[in-house]
Ligand binder design. Structure first.
Ligand SMILES: Nc1ncnc2c1ncn2[C@@H]1O[C@H](COP(=O)(O)OP(=O)(O)OP(=O)(O)O)[C@@H](O)[C@H]1O
Ligand SMILES: [Mg+2]
Length: 251
């Protein structure tokens, strides 16, 4: 059975897209068949993977709104990608009264699911329909949290949303864990926040080792590469790989 992981946090800029791309890369390097799904109209993942969103005609939009097959671009750094572009921003309106709309992404994934060991969904920074469709389609949710005093802002809404999806439409949805990101160990506020994240969220799911703050992540994405391709010896490569190794044991 494939594991379908929604990388989700309604807070913006917490490294959802960065984690989706890099964990996908390491899972592929570990020998797994990996599909990344970009369901964010900002299309950052599509850009990070080297495509030009405005030049793409078939996106996740056509799959969820027009019920077309999920469009898949093959073998980019060892991963496949279902891309997004700005057209997705109209999906929420177009699906307002659509029949069984909650299952549109789940149904789009079903025909291709057996071709992948891991499917990672890069959610937009909102609790809106696109994130909801992702949680309905997912087997697991992975939550990046910026290691910053604002980290807990919205965490209870996030956990409530996951609980709601689990109780209503997707009983099997599990929390794969929390990944503290952009961590600066020299900043006392960051170390306090990391301690608080570890203490307060451990009962909800695994809290993984933090990903340090480093501008090399920005450089790697500008070059459209996973960190391990851009700078194989970077200290965060081993941390990302370790998280990917842990994800292999998700049931
Ligand atoms: N560990 C890190 N250190 C420094 N910068 C980082 C780190 N991880 C990601 N970034 C940078 O932070 C910015 C936001 O990252 P990213 O796009 O992955 O976040 P996001 O949660 O997907 O954002 P959005 O909510 O807009 O979708 C990007 O410029 C990215 O390169
Ligand atoms: Mg993003």
């Amino acid at each position: 059975m494939s594991r379908i992981i929604a990388v989700f946090n309604q807070a913006g800029g917490v490294a959802k897209t960065t984690l989706t791309q890099n964990l996908g890369y390491h899972l592929a390097q570990l020998g797994h068949r990996v599909l990344l799904i970009d369901i964010d109209p900002q299309a950052s993942l599509t850009i990070f993977m080297g495509l030009v969103p405005r030049e793409i005609h078939q996106t996740v939009h056509s799959a969820i709104v027009d019920e077309q097959p999920l469009p898949i671009h093959k073998a980019i750094h060892g991963m496949d990608l279902a891309p997004a572009n700005i057209s997705l921003s109209t999906a929420e309106m177009q699906l307002v009264s659509a029949y069984l709309r909650d299952f549109r992404l789940k149904e789009a994934i079903e025909p291709i699911e057996s071709g992948y060991d891991f499917i990672l969904i890069d959610c937009p920074p909102s609790l809106g329909l696109l994130s909801y469709l992702s949680l309905v389609a997912a087997t697991h949710v992975l939550v990046p949290l910026e290691t910053h005093f604002k980290a807990f802002e919205g965490t209870s809404e996030l956990l409530r949303t996951v609980a709601k999806v689990r109780s209503k439409v997707n009983r099997k949805l599990q929390i794969a864990g929390f990944v503290p990101t952009k961590y600066d160990s020299r900043n006392s506020q960051d170390t306090r926040t990391l301690t608080a994240i570890t203490e307060q969220l451990a009962s909800a799911g695994t809290v993984f080792a933090p990903i340090p703050r480093s501008t090399t992540f920005v450089d790697a994405s500008e070059e459209r590469m996973p960190l391990a391709v851009y700078e194989p010896k970077h200290s965060s490569v081993a941390i990302l790989k370790k998280i990917a190794i842990s994800l292999q044991s998700l049931k």
